[in-house]
Design a protein around this ligand. Structure first.
Ligand SMILES: Nc1ncnc2c1ncn2[C@@H]1O[C@H](COP(=O)(O)OP(=O)(O)O)[C@@H](O)[C@H]1O
Ligand SMILES: N[C@@H](CCOP(=O)(O)O)C(=O)O
Length: 366
């Protein structure tokens, strides 16, 4: 059996909208087994795949492999390599502790896991850059998927592709991940990703800095949080963010950390001000908390598209989290909070002994 582990991630870290990602120590886990000695059951299970799920969102996540984001992504990878379905008797058990729609990269982790799943069951042996190409065909901003795939604190960029490749990359998601009714295969080949869609660069991270995630009890879909953003920005606001982003990539590696520099480097004018309409307590939190007012705090921002708040800190986690939790409480919103660390390894895959939990037969290792 294969065990695939993919970390959650916090994108943007203030000014690095669609650029910066930080992989964090909360992991989506997949246990995958294949029994190619058993016959395929084409009438009941045309995609040859059974999905089980535990963890966050167990009541809501669609376990039909034709609809589930993770298995659809794997199927996309397989179909680009002329494999129309999973190998016979594939079973995938998903264990997901990452809150959904909270700005902690649950969809990015699911997409990375799906690409790794397609790669392993299809025995495709794709390179790391090619895995990233497949991820970027599904989740089109690179910050979460690059952090989840490669690990650590990363900066990402997309290449300027030639017009044909650009057109392939921009086909609607419904064509990349067609949703066949009842799993019936349309026989169409999906768009093959262009080569080298995106790249990443890893930055150092000071060992003293922990990431405090304060997770409100409501969802904001990333798609919705992108719709509230303007189509263009003033030169002044772009320069404001670029100046801070240039600082951010190095000040978070300084040991000991410099709180005032980090606080300044995490200011943003291109996404957070527009997202406050979706996250009631955001303006009060950002305007009232700083290293001067709260010992141990280094900087504070919206995690990804929100609503989670990410506070970088060296100590005093309970007190800092308590203040943020109270701001949400004042708006009638409850929260949970966690202290996380950078997930340096990114996504990993290894063979482990045993059966997929709850599966009915004994399965051989792939
Ligand atoms: N493990 C998973 N399996 C299947 N679908 C998932 C999984 N994780 C996330 N998703 C899908 O991604 C959606 C959340 O994505 P998104 O709005 O981008 O928020 P975020 O990535 O910030 O959590 C979920 O509602 C669900 O549809
Ligand atoms: N750069 C993206 C990041 C979205 O992250 P998520 O964790 O909320 O999916 C954005 O800010 O829209």
């Amino acid at each position: 059996m294969h065990l695939i582990k993919v970390p959650c991630s916090s994108a943007n870290i203030g000014p690095g909208f669609d650029v910066i990602g930080l992989a964090l120590s909360m992991y989506l886990e997949l246990r995958v087994s294949v029994d190619e000695t058993s016959p395929a059951d084409a009438s009941n299970n045309p995609l040859n795949c059974t999905v089980t799920y535990t963890g966050v969102g167990a009541e809501d996540i669609d376990l039909n492999p034709a609809n589930n984001l993770l298995t659809r992504t794997a199927l996309y990878v397989l179909r680009c390599h002329n494999q129309r379905a999973f190998p016979p008797q594939t079973h995938v058990h998903i264990h997901n502790p990452i809150p959904l729609g909270r700005g902690l990269g649950s969809s990015g982790a699911a997409v990375v896991a799906g690409v790794l799943l397609g790669n392993v069951v299809g025995k495709l042996n794709l390179s790391q850059p090619r895995l990233l190409d497949f991820c970027l065909m599904v989740e089109r901003h690179p910050d979460n998927v690059a952090a989840a795939l490669y690990g650590g604190f990363v900066g990402t960029y997309l290449n300027e592709l030639d017009p044909d490749d650009m057109a392939r990359k921009e086909v609607p998601l419904s064509e990349v991940l067609p949703q066949p009714a009842g799993g019936v295969d349309t026989g169409l080949t999906p768009p093959i990703p262009p080569e080298n869609i995106g790249h990443y660069r890893r930055f150092d991270w000071a060992k003293e800095i922990k990431a405090l995630a304060i997770i409100p009890d409501f969802e904001v879909s990333t798609a919705k949080a992108r719709e509230v953003l303007p189509k263009s920005y003033t030169r002044q606001d772009m320069i404001f963010n670029l100046q801070r982003l240039a600082l951010l990539t190095t000040v978070l590696s300084d040991s000991p950390p410099n709180p005032d520099l980090i606080y300044s480097a995490m200011q943003d004018k291109i996404h957070q001000p527009y997202r406050k309409t979706l996250i009631p307590a955001l303006p009060a939190i950002l305007s009232s908390m700083s290293p001067t007012s709260h010992k141990g705090l280094l900087g504070i921002c919206l995690s990804g598209a929100g609503p989670t708040i990410l506070a970088l800190a060296t100590e005093n986690f309970d007190a800092i989290a308590g203040v943020i939790v109270q701001h949400f409480k004042d708006e009638g919103i409850t929260c949970e909070w966690k202290v996380l660390e950078p997930a340096e390894d990114g996504a990993t895959i290894r063979e482990v002994p045993g059966d997929v939990p709850g599966y009915r037969t004994s399965l051989k290792t792939v």
